[in-house]
Write a protein that binds this ligand. Structure first.
Ligand SMILES: NC(=O)c1ccc[n+]([C@@H]2O[C@H](COP(=O)([O-])OP(=O)(O)OC[C@H]3O[C@@H](n4cnc5c(N)ncnc54)[C@H](OP(=O)(O)O)[C@@H]3O)[C@@H](O)[C@H]2O)c1
Length: 237
């Protein structure tokens, strides 16, 4: 997939942050971008920005924990453009509390969005990818998918799980010609941090992280990038 011109790329959670930056960058590369999240206004704004620079995009509200909304999105995209070539499972949330203070609802929400959401969205695009014997699923994990952080019990558990899911999916999809890549960014300056007491000047920007995603999309057709880790230079974030 060296040429992204007219490739159909679905980025979950692309109303803001890393997903938004990836949508804008991929659209500049000529991809047809499916922008989705729960907040309609944000995804519509992203699509307007893409279209204002001559790019192609569609905004579809989709909660990644709701299977019916996922199926609807996949069918609408198929009817408009065709089957999805690249899925970027990016939607994610962080509820950063010590495990002793994490509620059952906090836990379930993180598992549902960060882990089950990636399963449901992958499941929805796989039949077409298997039929075409081509496709790429990029899961936005995190360095918290293989490293423990204080007050990140539920978040780390969901991301460790997502990394495991990604590794098994890659194993199973390789023979079908479908690439599955785990992308593990470090600290990035987005809304996910809320009002946490962290030095945002030491973080990567969403645009820098988006460049990492785009470079994975551009990988040689014969080469499978299994896992890419990306951190800000300097500091210890
Ligand atoms: N920022 C970092 O330091 C960092 C580092 C490593 C990995 N990551 C990962 O990168 C991904 C993007 O995070 P971000 O930092 O860009 O956060 P963000 O700015 O908060 O964006 C998160 C996006 O996910 C969407 N989302 C949340 N729940 C959803 C749901 N149930 N269904 C569909 N979309 C949903 C949000 O939109 P709605 O709320 O409108 O649905 C939003 O568009 C996440 O998976 C995160 O874990 C972030």
């Amino acid at each position: 997939m060296r040429n992204l011109q007219d490739k159909i790329v679905w980025i979950t959670g692309s109303g803001r942050g890393i997903g938004r930056a990836a949508a804008m960058t991929l659209a500049r590369e000529g991809a047809k971008v499916v922008v989705s999240a729960r907040t309609g206004e944000e995804i519509k704004t992203v699509v307007r920005e893409i279209e204002s620079t001559g790019g192609q995009a569609i905004a579809l509200v989709c909660d990644v924990t709701k299977n019916e909304q996922i199926s609807n999105l996949v069918e609408k995209v198929k009817a408009k453009w065709g089957p999805i070539d690249i899925l970027i499972n990016n939607a994610g949330i962080g509820i950063f509390k010590k495990i002793s203070e994490t509620t059952k609802e906090d836990w379930e929400t993180m598992m549902d969005v960060n882990l089950k959401g990636a399963f449901l969205c992958s499941h929805a695009v796989l039949p077409d990818m298997i039929e075409k014997k081509a496709g790429h699923i990029i899961n936005v994990v995190s360095v918290a998918g293989k490293q423990a952080y204080y007050s990140c019990g539920g978040y780390c558990a969901s991301k460790y799980g997502l990394l495991g899911f990604t590794d098994v999916l890659r194993l199973e999809m390789r023979k079908h010609g479908i690439k599955v890549t785990a992308f593990l960014p470090g600290a990035t300056d987005t809304a996910i941090w809320g009002d946490a007491d962290v030095d945002r000047s030491k973080m990567m920007t969403p645009e820098q992280v988006a460049e990492g995603i785009v470079s994975i999309c551009y990988s040689n057709p014969n080469v499978l990038n299994e896992e890419i880790v990306m951190r800000p230079i300097g500091g210890d974030l």
